[in-house]
Design a protein around this ligand. Structure first.
Ligand code: FDA
Length: 490
């Protein structure tokens, strides 16, 4: 076992980890970034399209793990998409340098100010909306598609149909910004550049067009020459040493997931950015294994961000459907958040199947009525989730209401083909919370009871933020790192 000393270590290269890396490196502070997944850019390997799952399609699994149509066998490989299975919920996460940004739909949504205030009553809302959110959107390269292009492009028929149907049912729709470069997509459409969003690439990674973190925050951080990225470094657990430094037990793995080297990295300052599930697992497992001291609030106020998938089969199939070809990048949403009885936000999601499916897919984001909880089961050495149907019952009511109103106005039935009974209550893309800001940490992500340990990722958000979460995660990371660098790295 090799033992190595480092000054500052970040675990995980998603939104939190990438913001932390850039802001530290900019101040000339050398940083080591540990990522269990592959550095896809460096590897030169291609991401696979949804229709043809290859190396990038799943993290060390022998079958593909997309939410539906799982018919593909795979060779075990450190792919970019992982799925964590619990009794009542399946949680998808990204793996690789760039974390979730590699596999997500790129929807870059700033939350509603009122709801942000409700979730974070102690934060300076004005400063977030005048500074941290605009900063996050600028660095992430958020942009909006031109209406002209969306009107014209065959690949957005699914969105035009989705919006038309929503309007007919009396709903308000909104344009949703994205980090996919729409100027690039326009060129794709004209066949001037290689296609990605228009070639069915997204959930297993995009080879072009998407401004994932490796193209934004991490590229800038790398340019400072202060950043060392160690890929395929899986942190197993953490020990606190008597001098208050931290020792990380690490397996260096090959692309088959086999340990090829065992390492201990010792560091004075540790930033945990392994994502909601990753940071929770590391802290809770370390407590069980090494008596690592953790705050009693860890594991509390966890939620699925109100994720609920559903869909409609569309009776007008023979008169048009949603189009043979669909862009993988969503651009439209249905905003019903202000409704008192049935508040929700719906992503009009693409279903790029390469055939005219006449099915509409929706990812609903609902409020939470009841938080879930996360603990560690020593026997199975896995996280245990306190999450069941009682947490999603009101989301199902919203989905029923939504589908009924859409079907009444437009015709159609619940999409039984996509999900059992047409309801995907167990599909979660947005796990949040469990290490909540101001509860398990101070107001800036410093973990309670520790001097040099920080948590900077989705786990800081108390279970729900009302929209797709990465803009919020990025803005909160910017806010925390500004203070931490000023006070703790001076
Ligand atoms: P994130 O999960 O991004 O990064 C954590 C990193 O830590 C990962 O790279 C992981 O491999 C690594 N790690 C974990 N444990 C480790 C360990 N023990 N050792 C070493 N490394 C470790 N959001 C949105 O706003 N708009 C959208 O359109 C979508 N769409 C979407 C689609 C799909 C399919 C998914 C799965 C997710 C989305 N999301 C989304 C959600 C979004 O991607 C997610 O909220 C963020 O990536 C979370 O950012 P974090 O910084 O918290 O962690």
């Amino acid at each position: 076992t090799e033992i190595i000393d480092k000054d500052v270590v970040i675990i995980g290269s998603g939104y939190g980890g990438s913001v932390a890396a850039l802001r530290l490196c900019e101040k000339n502070i050398p940083v080591t970034l540990l990522e269990m997944g592959l550095d896809w850019e460096k590897s030169g390997k291609k991401f696979s399209a949804m229709s043809n799952p290859g190396h990038s399609a799943a993290w060390l699994k022998t079958k593909s793990i997309a939410p539906f149509f799982n018919l593909f066998s795979l060779e075990k490989f450190t792919g970019a998409l992982d799925r964590l299975d619990y009794e009542h919920i399946k949680i998808w996460v990204g793996r690789g340098v760039g974390g979730g940004s590699l596999v997500n739909g790129g929807m870059a949504v700033t939350p509603k100010m009122e709801y942000f205030k409700e979730m974070f009553p102690t934060l300076d809302t004005d400063k977030f909306y005048s500074h941290y959110f605009p900063l996050a959107n600028k660095e992430l390269k958020t942009n909006v598609a031109s209406e002209e292009f969306l009107e014209d492009c065959d690949f957005y028929k699914f969105n035009r149909v989705g919006e038309e149907e929503a309007h007919k049912a009396g709903y308000k729709t909104v344009r949703v910004p994205n980090v996919y470069d729409f100027k690039y997509m326009e060129q794709e459409y004209k066949n001037e550049v290689p296609r990605s969003a228009l070639a069915g690439e997204v959930i297993y990674g995009n080879n072009h067009g998407k401004n994932s973190l490796d193209k934004t925050y991490l590229r800038k951080a790398t340019a400072t020459r202060k950043l060392e990225i160690l890929e395929l470094h899986q942190v197993n657990h953490i020990t606190q040493n008597s001098d208050k430094s931290y020792s990380l037990d690490i397996s260096v793995i090959n692309t088959k997931g086999e340990e090829i080297q065992h390492k201990i990295i010792k560091t004075k300052k540790l930033i945990m950015a392994a994502g909601t599930m990753g940071s929770l697992e590391l802290l809770l497992k370390s407590q069980a294994k090494t008596q690592f001291p953790i705050d009693q609030n860890i594991g509390k106020e966890w939620g699925n961000n109100g994720n609920f998938m559903t869909g409609r089969n569309w009776v007008k199939a023979f008169s048009g459907g949603t189009g043979f070809q669909q862009s993988t990048i969503p651009v439209g949403g249905i905003d019903h958040w202000e409704d008192e009885k049935y508040p929700f936000f719906v992503e009009i999601a693409p279903l790029p199947m390469g055939m005219n499916v006449a099915t509409s897919l929706y990812l609903m984001v609902n409020k939470l009525k009841k938080f879930g909880g996360v603990s560690y089961d020593v026997k199975s050495e896995k996280l245990d989730l306190d999450w069941n149907k009682s947490h999603t019952a009101h989301m199902k009511d919203n989905a029923k209401y939504f589908l009924r109103s859409m079907n009444k106005a437009n015709g159609g039935t619940r999409a039984h083909m996509l999900f059992h009974n047409g309801f995907g209550a167990d599909v979660c893309y947005h796990p949040l919370g469990g290490i909540v800001l101001g509860k398990a940490t101070d107001q800036f992500g410093r973990l309670n009871g520790h001097q040099n340990l920080y948590v900077i990722d989705g786990s800081l958000i108390p279970g729900t933020i009302g929209v797709n979460p990465f803009v919020t995660i990025t803005a909160i990371a910017e806010y925390c790192m500004e203070e931490i660098i000023k006070k703790d790295f001076a």
